[in-house]
Design a protein around this ligand. Structure first.
Ligand code: TMP
Length: 395
């Protein structure tokens, strides 16, 4: 029996991606207690009481992976590597979103699985073979019966959203060829702890994975990691290359190095997480202090990039309209709505930042480089950003 110990309480949180329409503002919003715990046996770190997938991932899902140049480039580069190294005839993507990854491959070679039908439709309408389904055994069997087995399975920022990891890998085993490869990428727990990015925890992110945690699941299914790439994506992610144990691909040194890094940091010890929780509390105090001081000086602050992550920060730190006048964002489905919980208005990114703005709270801090490049003029004119990681500060 595994034993889970909670180490962090992020309070009552609304659904992270549930942007509110004007007519919903006066209705009571459902909130959920967000606690984070470590499973002492598997070393998996997860949130308590996950919410049913149907409530979070449905036909209103606002997230589009094509909204950032960083993601588009990352998918393109990975596609090149896949074609060169693995030469797969058939690829399956779990959580294909708006097709930003599979569009790099010929249509006849790809299958996309995306439960949010509004996003799945975007890819289907471009002529791709997609299924508006949750990833589970019944979906794997259905796809198998229609398409046969696949040579490569890719999944970015999706496996960490699925509670039943046993079912994830059982389903993968049904459809993956004998010599097939799995590539999974998700935010790295080590980076989250190091950079104090507690906002990686929200109701959709059921897990924040360590290499060690993933390995504890994979071994049950005769699967093993043979390579790890550390990515800058989403504030520090890991891309795991996985094979069947019987497949003779050599294990890259990166696996041993990353495992060692995690062990040395104390990823297996509850004391590491207790210290992290203390840093999170202090981060909240510091961030609130920055906002309070700026508001006392009557500074104009807006938010830039509304993310599921920023829902956690704003609600945990109690930062609302008093501090942030409005957010700007490029995602159409978020515009003219209000942030979950704190109800801050979200407007279309107008292509520039207005002159009267003194400070920008960087909700999409994970695209800091891309945004700083875009906002050169704002920075040149003395504009400043507020960021919460690794410690809250003005830059
Ligand atoms: P994510 O962190 O969940 O991927 O969300 C990033 C959000 O930030 C998404 O709604 C798009 C938005 N965004 C902008 O508004 N401008 C930008 O330049 C970038 C990179 C992202």
């Amino acid at each position: 029996m595994s034993k889970k110990v909670n180490f962090l309480d992020l309070g009552l949180q609304p659904l992270a991606n549930n942007y509110l329409k004007k007519n919903q503002l006066n209705k009571k919003e459902k909130k959920y207690r967000l606690k984070i715990g470590l499973d002492l046996k598997t070393k998996l770190v997860s949130i308590n009481k996950p919410i049913a997938s149907e409530i979070m991932f449905n036909s209103n899902y606002p997230y589009r992976s094509s909204m950032s140049e960083t993601m588009i480039k990352s998918f393109k580069d990975l596609s090149k590597l896949i074609k060169k190294k693995f030469k797969p005839k058939k690829i399956l993507e779990i959580g294909s979103n708006d097709g930003s990854f599979i569009k790099n491959f010929p249509k006849k070679n790809t299958i996309g699985v995306e439960p949010c039908s509004n996003v799945e439709k975007i890819t289907k309408n471009k002529g791709f073979n997609t299924y508006a389904k949750y990833w589970n055994i019944s979906t794997a069997k259905k796809i198998l019966s229609k398409n046969g087995k696949v040579d490569l399975i890719y999944s970015a920022n999706t496996i960490s959203h699925i509670e039943n990891l046993d079912e994830v890998f059982k389903s993968i085993n049904i459809i993956l060829n004998k010599n097939g490869i799995i590539i999974i990428e998700d935010p790295s727990l080590l980076e989250c702890l190091k950079k104090n990015t507690y906002d990686q925890f929200y109701n959709e992110h059921i897990y924040v994975f360590s290499l060690i945690g993933i390995e504890s699941i994979l071994k049950k299914y005769d699967l093993e990691i043979f390579n790890v790439q550390n990515l800058k994506i989403h504030g520090g992610s890991n891309r795991y290359f996985i094979k069947r144990k019987m497949n003779k691909i050599p294990i890259n040194l990166s696996v041993i190095i990353n495992r060692k890094k995690e062990i040395n940091y104390g990823i297996k010890n509850i004391s590491t997480y207790v210290k992290f929780a203390k840093r999170v509390k202090s981060s909240k105090k510091k961030l609130r202090k920055i906002f309070l001081q700026l508001k006392n000086k009557k500074k104009d602050i807006i938010g830039y990039g509304v993310t599921a992550k920023s829902t956690t920060i704003l609600n945990y730190c109690d930062i609302g309209k008093k501090f942030i006048s409005y957010f700007v964002d490029t995602t159409k489905d978020k515009q003219n709505k209000y942030t979950p919980g704190m109800k801050i208005p979200i407007y279309k990114y107008p292509g520039f930042i207005e002159k009267n703005i003194d400070y920008i709270f960087l909700g999409a801090w994970n695209f800091k480089e891309e945004i700083f490049k875009k906002e050169k003029k704002f920075i040149k004119n003395g504009g400043k950003f507020i960021i919460h990681t690794p410690i809250p500060k003005i830059i």
